[in-house]
Ligand binder design. Structure first.
Ligand code: SF4
Length: 57
């Protein structure tokens, strides 16, 4: 499982980010509706792609 820093960095830039609540909490995969499942991962399976794109900037 990725660490919180990675989930935040991805959440901030992910074009598919879909916040669970609109209370102004910082964007992160951990509060994205697509982040779920028994092993907690991105339902769209784009987390690794997003993370890779981050590394390139
Ligand atoms: S869980 Fe998936 S869709 Fe949601 S912000 Fe993370 S990478 Fe993007």
């Amino acid at each position: 499982m990725p660490n919180e820093d990675q989930m935040r960095a991805v959440g901030e830039t992910c074009t598919e980010y879909w916040p669970i609540d609109e209370d102004g909490s910082p964007a992160s995969c951990s509060n994205c509706n697509y982040w779920e499942g028994d092993d907690l991962k991105c339902e769209l399976d784009i987390f690794e792609l997003q993370l890779t794109n981050l590394d390139q900037t």
